[in-house]
Write a protein that binds this ligand. Structure first.
Ligand code: ZN
Ligand code: ZN
Length: 597
C-alpha cells in the first residue's frame, strides 16, 4: 500500500473527530481527552509529522502522545486510515457530528438525544425540538430547547461554508502545486473567494493549460486532498481535509475571460449581465459573448468577446467591474454610467489602530508589534490592550496602565535620540476599554482623557435584549473620549451570531459623536460585515479597518478587512486609517472638519 503524506492538520482533524465520536458514545473521559490533546499537539507541531516519521522519529516524544496514539497515527500513514476511527464511524451515525456542533448541545447532550430520542441528524433534532420533546429530557428544559432550535438554524446557515481566511490558507498550497504543473499557463481563483465574501462555499479554480491532464493530476495527488470526488479531461473536484470542496476547470484561452466572469458570479450579477446581453441581441455564457448562434448553441454564432473579462464587459458597454462589487447592488448601472467608485486598495492602509501586546493577551512586545507595522510600511499604529474587566486576558487597571505608559515613554525617548526620529511608525497610546453592562466604561475619565485613542468593545453580556443592548452601546458612544467602536456586533463567523442590536441607532450615535465604527478584519470576525458597513456609511459614520492582531502575523488579516470594505463600496475618504497622520489625529481629537459630509 502506498504511503500517503497527510498534513499535520489532516492528522489533527481525524483525531479530533475520533474524540467527538468516542465522547458521543460515552467512552472513558481520559481516552477522549487523550485524543483531543494529541490533536492539539500535532496541529501546533512545527515539523510535519510525515517528515518526522520518514526520518524514523518517535511520535511518543510528542506531548500527550502515548504508545497507542503513536500506533494509530503510524497506521494512518501506512494504511490511509486510523482503525479506531473507522470502527467508531461505523458505530456512530455520521449526522451526530453535525448535532454536536449545535451551540449549547456538545457531546454529552448529543449522546442523550441519540439514546433517549433516537436523534441521528440535524433534521431529527429540529423535529424533536419543535415537537417539544427535547425540553422533557433530563438536563435540558424549555430554555435549552429554544437555544437548540436557534442553534440548528445557525449551523444550517453556516453549513458547508468556510471562513474566507481559512479557505484562502487551505487553498494556497494547492494553488502553488497546480501552477507549477507542466504546461500550465495560468490558474485563477473564481467564485465567492474572489469576491471576498466573509464565508465561502466551494472554491472554483480556472486554468489554461497545454496539458490539462497534468493540471488535474497535480490537484488530485496533492497531499491535502482527502477525497477525489470526480476527475475527467477538463474538470476535477476534490474535498480537502476540513471539508472544503475545490473544483478545477481547464478552459481554452479564447474563452478564459468569459469563464472567469461566469464562475466568479455572483448568480444575481450574472443574471443581470445576461439580461443586458439579451437586450442588445447578444448571448453571454461561460464560453463567451456571441451574436447569433442557435437554440442552446450560442457558440455557433460570432464571438464578440471571451478571452478576457475586460473585453466581455466592454462589449456590453460597461467598465470592468471589480469582483467584490458583483452582487447586483447597482454596480452594472454604475459601470454603464462611468461612476464606479475608486475602491480602497490594500496599499491605501497607513496604520492599524486596534492591536494587542504582551501587556494583555497578545504574544509580542509593543516594540515587536511596532516593528511588524514598520515592515508593512505603516505610518502609525495604536496599541490597544484590554482593560481591567477582562481579567483572564491580563487586562490593565490604572496601576498597570501607568507601567505600560512608562514603556511608551522609553520608546519615545529612543525615537528622540535617533537622528531621523527613528523613521518608525508613530505609536499611539490606546486601550480597548470594556463596555460594562450598563454602558459605563471600564476606566475612569481622568485616565481615558490621557489616551490618544479609545476603542470601546462589548465582551460580556452579549445576550441582553435588543433595547437594553442598544442603550448600553449608545451610552458608551456618547462618552466624549471614545474614538472607535470595536467589533460592533460581536459575531464570530461560523460559531456566534451577532448581538441583538439596533444598528441604525448605534450608527446614528457613532456619527453624531465622531466615533468610527470598526471593520474588525480578523478572519474569525469580519465585523462589521459588508452590508452593515454600507449602512454605517450611509448613516454618516467614519470607518476604521483594524486587525485586532494579538501577534505580528495577525497583521496580515488586514486584507480580509480591505476586501470587506471593497464589498461595501468604500474608498479612502470613508476609512480613517488611510488618512495622513495629522488628519487622523484631528479626527481622534474630534475636530468637526473630519466629520463625514
Ligand atoms: Zn475585543
Ligand atoms: Zn481587541
Amino acid at each position: 500500500m502506498s504511503r500517503r503524506r497527510f498534513s499535520n492538520a489532516a492528522v489533527a482533524t481525524r483525531l479530533a473527530r475520533l474524540a467527538d465520536l468516542l465522547e458521543i458514545e460515552g467512552a472513558n473521559a481520559f481516552r477522549v481527552r487523550a485524543y483531543r490533546g494529541a490533536a492539539e499537539t500535532i496541529e501546533a507541531h512545527p515539523e510535519a509529522i510525515a517528515d518526522l516519521l520518514a526520518r524514523g522519529g518517535d511520535l511518543t516524544g510528542l506531548k500527550g502522545v502515548g504508545k497507542d496514539l503513536a500506533a494509530a497515527i503510524a497506521a494512518l500513514f501506512e494504511g490511509g486510515e486510523i482503525p479506531a476511527l473507522r470502527e467508531a464511524t461505523a458505530r456512530v451515525p455520521a449526522g451526530l457530528l453535525d448535532v454536536v456542533r449545535v451551540p449549547g448541545v456538545g457531546p454529552k447532550r448529543t449522546a442523550t438525544l441519540w439514546r433517549e430520542l433516537g436523534v441521528t441528524s440535524l433534521d431529527d433534532l429540529d423535529r424533536a425540538a419543535r415537537a417539544g420533546r427535547v425540553a422533557g429530557l433530563a438536563g435540558f428544559g424549555e430554555k435549552t430547547q429554544a437555544k437548540v432550535l436557534a442553534g440548528v438554524a445557525q449551523v444550517r446557515r453556516h453549513g458547508g461554508r468556510s471562513r474566507l481566511g481559512d479557505a484562502e490558507a487551505a487553498l494556497a498550497p494547492l494553488l502553488r502545486s497546480v501552477r507549477a504543473a507542466p504546461g500550465v499557463e495560468r490558474v485563477e481563483v473564481a467564485g465567492s473567494l474572489r469576491r471576498g465574501r466573509a464565508t465561502v462555499g466551494d472554491v472554483d479554480l480556472l486554468a489554461v493549460a497545454e496539458r490539462p491532464a497534468a493540471a488535474m493530476a497535480a490537484l488530485r495527488e496533492h497531499p491535502d486532498v482527502a477525497e477525489v470526488l470526480g476527475s475527467g479531461d477538463t474538470k476535477t473536484s476534490v474535498r480537502l481535509e476540513g471539508d472544503l470542496q475545490v473544483d478545477l476547470r481547464v478552459v481554452p484561452a479564447a474563452s478564459f475571460g468569459a469563464a472567469w466572469q461566469y464562475f466568479t458570479g455572483s448568480k444575481a450579477h450574472n443574471v443581470a449581465l445576461r439580461q443586458r446581453a439579451v437586450d442588445r441581441g447578444l448571448r453571454l455564457s461561460e464560453y463567451g459573448l456571441f451574436r447569433g448562434g442557435e437554440g442552446d448553441h450560442p457558440e455557433r454564432g460570432e464571438r464578440l468577446a471571451g478571452a478576457d473579462e475586460e473585453g466581455v464587459y466592454r462589449a456590453l458597454g460597461l467598465a470592468w467591474i471589480p469582483p467584490e462589487l458583483r452582487e447586483d447592488r447597482g454596480e452594472i448601472a454604475a459601470a454603464a454610467e462611468g461612476r464606479l467608485p475608486r475602491l480602497l486598495e490594500a496599499s491605501d492602509v497607513r496604520g492599524d489602530l486596534h492591536l494587542h501586546s504582551d501587556w494583555s493577551d497578545g504574544t509580542a512586545s509593543i516594540r515587536a508589534m511596532r516593528a511588524a507595522c514598520a515592515e508593512r510600511g505603516y505610518a502609525y499604529l495604536a496599541i490597544t490592550d484590554h482593560s481591567q474587566a477582562l481579567r483572564m486576558t491580563g487586562g490593565l487597571d490604572p496601576a498597570k496602565l501607568a507601567r505600560q505608559w512608562a514603556e511608551f515613554d522609553e520608546i519615545a525617548a529612543e525615537d528622540a535620540a535617533h537622528p531621523d526620529g527613528g523613521g518608525r511608525p508613530r505609536l499611539l497610546r490606546g486601550l480597548e476599554v470594556d463596555v460594562l453592562k450598563d454602558g459605563r466604561l471600564d476606566l475612569d475619565d481622568e485616565w481615558l482623557a490621557r489616551l490618544d485613542l479609545v476603542v470601546v468593545s462589548v465582551h460580556s453580556h452579549l445576550d441582553l435584549p435588543e433595547a437594553q443592548q442598544t442603550e448600553r452601546v449608545v451610552r458608551a458612544l456618547q462618552h466624549p473620549e471614545v474614538n472607535v467602536l470595536g467589533h460592533p456586533t460581536g459575531r464570530l463567523l461560523g460559531s456566534r451570531e451577532g448581538m441583538a442590536l439596533d444598528l441604525d441607532a448605534v450608527f446614528e450615535a457613532a456619527a453624531a459623536h465622531g466615533v468610527a465604527v470598526e471593520c474588525n478584519a480578523s478572519s474569525q470576525r469580519l465585523d462589521l460585515g459588508d452590508v452593515e458597513l454600507m449602512r454605517a456609511v450611509a448613516a454618516g459614520c467614519r470607518v476604521v479597518i483594524d486587525t485586532d492582531a494579538h501577534a505580528p502575523a495577525g497583521l496580515d488579516d488586514m486584507r480580509y478587512g480591505v476586501a470587506t470594505a471593497r464589498r461595501a463600496w468604500l474608498g479612502r475618504a470613508q476609512v480613517v486609517n488611510t488618512w495622513a497622520p495629522d488628519r487622523l489625529l484631528a479626527f481622534l481629537a474630534k475636530d468637526p472638519s473630519t466629520a463625514a459630509g
